[in-house]
Design a protein around this ligand. Structure first.
Ligand code: HAM
Length: 429
């Protein structure tokens, strides 16, 4: 036998038993996004490496250590996207999406790629959905986006959810903070890890993001940007919090929260779930008011978030949707192979009405087929048996209560839609 090929380390197959929840995530996201007037955007999964280097920033771990970068046959440096925002803004600029509209509102879902160390809830290919609102600095827009983030996670029933929020200001705030921070850290810099020493030189805020306990302990009393916000930026943030109160969204101010990507300005937040282990961030987002300029567009503020779908699967209540999926399905049981064409015809007819129908392809006994119908969670079995077929009829059996009755096949074929079919079955009870 040939050797088996396995999935690449750090990737994950979503199998049919999780598919109900997976589809539920996408349907809740699209519904909530639509409720806020956000339109779908689908971007390529690879882009020019420079987009991420400039957009996400050379000092972020994502760009410095985690990108899947390769050279194509034309000698171009390309990168599998590690996140979605840079591509959305690239497309916003490239297609002048902002022309003539106030705020451009977009949502997306798709795979992202980061060469991180895999562990529970952390993959090298993972799926995100996200929302971006481009073109306004109005604080109520911050609260709208955070509100939609909350609404989606809430509707999905994410357990033990909490929102942490902060303002990390603008570069001018960080410059003032940087001086106080350097005075505090300078004398104890030696006690930080190698990465933090590098971060200290190029982007000291990144040190708050360090995963080493020793570095976090050293930072315990370090000054935070929040204390150095300009009046305008502090006012902006206070208004965001007021609007969150109007929406009745509970939050915790975490002045030490910084995000892992360099484009963030002002408002930044994360939703965490206590149902997850150490990788407890379900979603994260913030403002990126300088990103458009950095990517060669007009100065245009923006705000958005993204959530990890595998983590949501882990924090969602069990198989609710998986079970719900087939409540109105029909498994066609073939009593004799002579009736296969009749069963096959009915399966095609039901599917055209949008009703789930399945059929046995292994020429198994009736008993085995009934077992299969049960195991797959079908609500009804339609039995093509000798006696009934002689009368042009089949037996419809309710799998839950074993109640059954006969229906004439030609009556079924005169039905025009799924609703009529439901009524027809109801009458036979
Ligand atoms: P992020 O915080 O890097 O932000 O990622 C957002 C979410 O993606 C995380 O909260 C987590 O659920 C999930 N995630 C990240 N890395 C992994 C991984 N290796 N394995 C599994 N899940 C992961 C962004 O990506 C920004 N683009 C969000 C944003 C949009 N900011 C503004 N607009």
């Amino acid at each position: 036998m040939a050797t088996k090929i396995k999935a690449i380390y750090g990737t994950k197959d979503i199998l049919p038993d999780e598919a109900g929840s997976w589809l539920e995530i996408l349907s809740v996201v699209s519904r909530v996004a639509e409720s806020g007037n956000y339109g779908l955007i689908v971007n390529p999964v690879f882009e020019a490496t420079e987009l991420f280097a400039r957009g996400i920033g050379e000092t972020s771990d994502v760009v410095a250590k985690e990108m899947y970068t390769f050279t194509d046959q034309g000698g171009r440096s390309l990168t599998l996207r590690p996140e979605g925002t840079a591509s959305v803004i690239r497309a916003y600029i490239e297609h002048s999406l902002g022309m003539g509209s106030g705020v451009t509102k977009l949502w997306y879902a798709g795979p992202m790629f980061r060469q991180e160390r895999p562990q529970a809830g952390r993959y090298r290919q993972f799926y995100q959905f996200g929302i971006e609102a481009i073109g306004s600095l109005e604080p109520s827009l911050d609260a709208e986006v955070i509100g939609l983030n909350y609404e989606i996670l809430n509707q999905l029933g994410i357990k033990d959810l909490s929102l942490e929020i902060n303002s990390i200001g603008m570069p001018s705030d960080r410059k003032v903070h940087g001086e106080a921070f350097a005075d505090f850290i300078g004398p104890v810099l030696e006690s930080f890890c190698k990465d933090c020493k590098r971060r200290f030189e190029i982007n000291p805020l990144r040190m708050f993001d360090c995963k080493q306990e020793r570095c976090q302990a050293n930072l315990k009393d370090a000054p935070v940007v929040y204390e150095f916000l300009s009046n305008d930026n502090l006012k902006h943030f206070e208004k965001v919090l007021k609007y969150l109160e109007i929406l009745k969204i509970p939050f915790m101010l975490n002045k030490r929260l910084v995000r892992g990507l360099d484009y963030y300005t002002r408002t930044a937040w994360e939703f965490k779930s206590g149902a997850l282990g150490s990788q407890d961030s379900v979603s994260g987002g913030g403002r990126y008011d300088l990103l458009s300029e950095q990517l060669g567009g007009q100065p245009t503020p923006g705000i958005g978030f993204a959530a990890g779908m595998e983590r949501i699967l882990m924090a969602m209540p069990g198989d609710v949707e998986g079970k719900k999926q087939k409540t109105f399905g029909f498994y066609l049981v073939i009593g004799d192979e002579r009736f296969r064409p009749d069963a096959f015809k009915l399966a095609g007819f039901l599917r055209r009405l949008g009703i789930t129908a399945d059929i046995d392809y292994q020429v198994r006994s009736m008993k085995a087929q009934m077992k299969q119908a049960n195991k797959s969670g079908f609500r009804y079995a339609v039995i093509f048996g000798e006696d009934e077929m002689n009368r042009g009829a089949v037996v419809l059996r309710n799998m839950a209560d074993s109640g059954q009755f006969e229906i004439v096949l030609s009556d079924i074929y005169s039905i025009g839609n799924a609703e009529e079919f439901g009524e027809f079955i109801g009458k036979g009870r």
